[in-house]
Design a binder for this molecule. Structure first.
Ligand SMILES: [Zn+2]
Length: 363
């Protein structure tokens, strides 16, 4: 049985339907109750496909699951000594860019330098803050803005960008999300090989554009605004929602920049709006018990002939399933079968984020 809810982008072509495919499945088992009698329990899972890439994922209800904030104070203390990104050490131990005036790019509190362990020809790190540890709920919009502006400066210094190159930005916040340092830092890469997911998105977005003569990203905004269940908020430069098929077990936030294709194109007001929304989202996630996340920007490649793609970002909370035994949220389903599953639905996450984020972005 297959249930597909779809919506037609407002006033646009009949063919341009974006489909949110859901396939519910039920299973049952017998469980002894307090009297020792066997009780039949029925459980439901839901299989989904991403409306752009058709990649699969599922919603599964995890018995007894609840979020617990993990105490990181010991990790914060032990990592402070010897931290290469703290201001008293950074200029002595981090590498220098061969072609930048002072070897590094500085904006506000942020300092950009080459990655000691590069992932590609152009691979840099931005130490985002002067403070060694910033709790999720205490990042300021100015800190986020200065970090992104340092990366913009870097990408622009590499211009003219070669055909097909992507300016990528990623953030692993705290060790659970893959960070090798506690000190807040983000990464930048310029590459023609942006990874499987973005390659898939570009291919699918181009195919949608050629088939329907409209952008998938515009259609998605119309659909999600109309359906309302995953919509969070919108402002002049950004559109916030949750991902129908999320990577995080507690679901992902998506931010679409409806007028921009790459990070270099963003004017300061768009970066500031994103930063305000991000800080608001992080505060709400922290209040919910989240202490770690991954973030990535998905840009259009330089020189893309059709104007079909829109810059977007994904914010993916990372959690311990069971903090008592340091039980990670990355299972064989995610890691080896590439089938993400969510124990909290994107619709529940959107309901949680909607009011606080709409208030922050309206200010
Ligand atoms: Zn530090």
């Amino acid at each position: 049985m297959r249930d597909s809810s779809s919506a037609e982008p407002g006033g646009e072509s009949q063919e341009a339907i974006i489909s949110f495919e859901r396939e519910p499945r039920t299973t049952s088992y017998l469980l002894p109750n307090s009297d020792g009698a066997l009780e039949e329990i029925t459980m439901e899972v839901e299989l989904r496909r991403d409306p752009l890439t058709q990649r699969s994922g599922r919603l599964a209800h995890f018995q007894g699951f609840h979020l617990q904030r993990v105490d990181l104070s010991a990790v914060v203390t032990t990592s402070r000594e010897g931290c290469p990104f703290c201001p008293d050490r950074l200029l002595e131990v981090t590498p220098l860019l061969p072609h930048a005036a002072e070897g590094r790019i500085r904006r506000g509190e942020s300092t950009l330098f080459p990655n000691l362990s590069p992932y590609d020809r152009h691979s840099v790190v931005v130490a985002l803050t002067e403070q060694h540890f910033v709790p999720l709920e205490e990042f300021t919009a100015d800190q986020i803005v200065s970090g992104i502006q340092a990366l913009q400066d870097y990408f622009k210094s590499l211009a003219p960008l070669s055909q097909g190159s992507f300016s990528l930005v990623t953030w692993n916040y705290m060790p659970l999300a893959g960070a090798t340092q506690v000190h807040p830092h983000i990464q930048g890469f310029l590459t023609d090989r942006p990874g499987n997911l973005l390659e898939d998105e570009i291919r699918s977005s181009r195919a949608f554009y050629l088939k329907h003569a409209q952008r998938y990203w515009d259609g998605l905004r119309s659909c999600e605004r109309q359906l309302g269940e995953r919509f969070i908020a919108e402002a002049p430069n950004t559109f916030w929602l949750t991902a129908f098929v999320s990577k995080s077990v507690v679901s992902d936030l998506l931010v679409i920049f409806p007028r921009y294709r790459s990070l270099e194109e963003l004017p300061r007001e768009a970066i500031h709006e994103f930063a305000v929304g991000l800080c608001s989202a992080l505060r709400r996630l922290a209040a919910d018990g989240v202490g770690s996340f991954n973030l990535a920007f998905y840009p259009s490649p330089a020189g893309e002939p059709d104007d079909h793609f829109r810059l977007h970002a994904r914010i993916s909370p990372r959690i311990y399933f069971n903090p008592d035994i340091q039980g990670s949220d990355t299972t064989a389903w995610h890691h080896l079968l590439e089938e993400p599953f969510m124990v909290r639905s994107p619709e529940e996450l959107a309901a949680l984020m909607r009011d606080p984020m709409a208030r922050s972005l309206a200010r």
